[in-house]
Design a binder for this molecule. Structure first.
Ligand code: ZN
Length: 303
């Protein structure tokens, strides 16, 4: 779904540009504030057109996390609006300034293969001017915003709350996105579930996720996310009860079971990292363990 140049307004000063990545829009005292900037220059041009139609200069971009599809529009927008201030959470900001870090970590720290340097994994670099606090209130262009820590999908991802509307980033996925991805990307399943529990306890007037529809209540969607992750964790645990597995073997078995067919390097590294995130969660919860045998790292269920 391409990003729409016309924003959907939820309140007179709060809205979003709907698209495959939703981009939040807040209207401050002197101009617009974006929450994330989408995938690329093409998206950024549509956003710019939307801002021009609203006669709003861009004052700030708040990054929720450092995935390429959430900050790839920065480079173009900052050329057009050089005075705009970019905010990002600590650690995430490092990847936004040095985007090569994303394909590097996905490639186990080694130099990324050519195939991994596509725009979905490698965005253009952007400056970051200010660090967001870990949580609590900040004021930008006269608007009081709450920073809601939502780690798990990315290390220090945050949601942003403005006037009771929550921009939840990839803290949860819309139901269709979950069905499509099957094995959702995350770096820590344990933290992901804690963040989902946190969202479940909130009662804001409305929620805009990074991927999915705007909803007044997210109870059902968040419950679906929780059940989805728990089912995957249980599946992994069952597989590791049946036999000890290397990461590679486990990935093949799990993808087979979830009817995922990996056909390119990008999907492979994303699914492999997600599986590692689930294993990290299970390990932290002391549900699995590992040992080394014949120079192989073998995972198994804890008895
Ligand atoms: Zn993301």
């Amino acid at each position: 779904m391409p990003t729409n140049a016309a924003p959907v307004m939820i309140k007179p000063h709060i809205g979003y540009f709907p698209g495959s990545v939703n981009i939040g829009l807040l209207l401050g005292d002197t101009g617009a504030i974006l929450i994330d900037s989408g995938l690329d220059t093409q998206t950024a041009k549509k956003i710019r057109k939307g801002l021009d139609e609203l006669a709003q200069p861009l004052r700030a971009i708040i990054q929720t996390h450092s995935h390429a599809d959430h900050f790839g529009g920065n480079a173009h927008l900052l050329t057009v609006f050089p005075e705009a201030v970019v905010y990002a959470p600590p650690l995430e900001e490092a990847v936004i300034r040095y985007p090569i870090l994303e394909p590097v970590y996905l490639n186990m720290g080694a130099v990324p293969f050519e195939e991994l340097t596509n725009k979905f994994l490698l965005a253009e670099a952007s400056r970051v001017d200010r660090l967001l606090p870990a949580s609590g209130e900040i004021e930008i262009d006269g608007l009081k915003l709450d920073v809601l820590p939502l780690p798990g999908h990315s290390w220090q991802q945050v949601g942003i709350v403005c006037d009771n509307i929550c921009f939840a980033a990839d803290g949860y996925f819309g139901a269709d996105t979950l069905e499509k991805h099957k094995l959702p990307f995350l770096v820590d399943a344990h933290e992901t579930l804690l963040s989902l529990d946190k969202l479940l306890k909130t009662h804001y007037e409305g929620y805009v996720p990074g991927h999915g529809p705007f909803e007044r209540s997210i109870e059902q969607t968040v419950m679906k996310n929780i059940r989805w992750h728990r089912r995957i964790l249980e599946k992994i645990e069952e597989m590791l009860a049946e036999e000890e597995c290397t990461l590679e073997h486990l990935l093949a078995r799990l993808c087979g079971e979830l009817q995922i067919s990996i056909g390119n390097m990008t999907s492979y590294v994303l699914y492999r990292t997600a599986l590692m995130g689930y294993l990290a969660g299970l390990l932290r919860e002391e549900r699995i363990c590992y040992r080394f045998d014949a120079n192989r790292l073998l995972w198994r269920k804890r008895t």
